[in-house]
Design a protein around this ligand. Structure first.
Ligand code: NAD
Length: 356
């Protein structure tokens, strides 16, 4: 058997319908008495900071609902001011990767513990990765201090995710699992989690698109997202995440949509160099191991998800620069990377050509 290293990463995970109502108990369990709820605008009903604040009663000392994508430093300063002047001793993040990202940036500075209530499938709540954008440049790093101490996955909080975001966010999580399967640091545990993650999400997305109120399908997808987040936080990623980071950071493409477009092209690029991973993905998608990329592409397209970079606002003339940036710092990928082949990959992805 291949040598491996597995390091368990502590995080209390509470999963189940209605479990958001345990938030006060979970906050008390960490001995917190003055928490700040961090969220985004645009949420409604039970996903809002106000709803969570009501559940927390006197333990909630404030609400900060201005989190936006990529964690601008101005947001961090504003939240830090509130934390310092109100004796805040803990953070409760409710929402997708954006509010969780802001809570992480505040925790990086203050070492305050985070309790997260995710409402998308992005997976940030299970990782120690933080990011802050200053003067248009996003700095990222890894620090275990920012990893939430407790994560509550209540599938009822995902009922309001619109069908298009359910698809892109779900595929975002599939992409974590795919890259975990051919990661340089993969191990038997993360590979098991990744296989189950792809299976759970891929099989529930169609049901969700057909009936967004299908709570059982929502639960299965959220369970898969937890697995996706766990492997994202445990092993190194490869070409796909590097490309998404480049396109999101430099060309401002939307996060989940970029993952959705690129993943089948990256699978196609890597497939001959990662045969074991392809077998596992094929098992999860119930297809032949040679058809993994096209099966995922067809699934995304049939669910109404984007399959071309053009459709999500990428400019063709930026392909050259994107390829240059993507090969700049050497990083692990099962298939060697060179500018010419990345340019080809991006060109096919730009046009949305079905991968063979
Ligand atoms: P997001 O948090 O920006 O949310 C996207 C949109 O969906 C927002 O408009 C939000 O209001 C809405 N939304 C969220 N939950 C909803 C719900 N239940 N119902 C209806 N609308 C809802 O996006 P995201 O895709 O969750 O996260 C993307 C961000 O997270 C990016 O900035 C990315 O870099 C970061 N991220 C970080 C990590 C990490 O490990 N650090 C991992 C994954 C993603």
């Amino acid at each position: 058997m291949k040598q491996f290293l597995y390091e368990a990463q502590p995080c209390r995970t509470v999963f189940g319908e209605g479990t958001r109502r345990n938030i006060r108990k979970e906050v008390e369990r960490l001995n917190l008495k003055n928490v700040l709820v961090i969220s985004t605008s645009g949420l409604s009903g039970s996903t809002t900071a106000e709803h969570v604040a009501v559940l927390l009663r006197d333990l909630c000392k404030g609400i900060f609902s201005k989190a936006v994508q990529h964690v601008p430093i101005e947001n961090v300063y504003e939240a830090l001011d509130f934390v310092k002047s109100n004796n805040i001793d803990g953070l409760v993040a409710v929402g997708g990767g954006s509010p969780i990202g802001l809570a992480k940036a505040v925790a990086l500075e203050t070492e305050l513990p985070i309790v997260a209530l995710p409402t998308t499938y992005a997976g940030s709540e299970m990782t120690s990765v933080w990011g802050i954008t200053e003067n248009g440049v996003k700095r990222t790093g890894t620090n275990s201090i920012v990893k939430p101490k407790t994560v509550i996955y209540d599938p009822e909080l995902t009922l309001s995710i619109p069908a298009n975001l359910s698809v892109t966010s779900g595929v975002n999580s599939v992409a974590h699992c795919v890259e975990a399967l051919y990661s340089e640091s993969r191990n038997p545990i993360t590979s098991l989690l990744a296989e189950e993650g792809i299976r759970s999400i891929a099989r529930s997305l169609r049901r969700i698109v057909e009936n967004p109120d299908d709570l059982e399908a929502r639960s299965k997808a959220f369970y898969g997202a937890w697995l996706g987040g766990t492997v994202l936080g445990s092993v190194g990623m490869a070409l796909h995440h590097k490309l998404c980071h480049t396109l999101g950071g430099t060309f401002k493409l939307p996060h989940a949509e970029t993952h959705t477009v690129l993943i089948s092209y990256v699978i196609s690029y890597n497939s001959d160099y990662a045969p074991e991973a392809m077998e596992v993905i094929a098992r999860s998608l119930q297809c032949n191991k040679d058809d993994v990329a096209s099966t995922l592409y067809d699934l995304i397209q049939s669910l109404g998800g984007p399959v071309s970079l053009e459709s999500i606002g990428f400019q063709r003339e930026d392909i050259e620069k994107a390829a240059e940036l993507a090969v700049k710092n050497p990083y692990y990928n099962p298939r060697p990377i060179d500018k010419g082949s990345i340019r080809d990959l991006l060109d096919r992805a730009y046009h949305g050509i079905r991968p063979e």
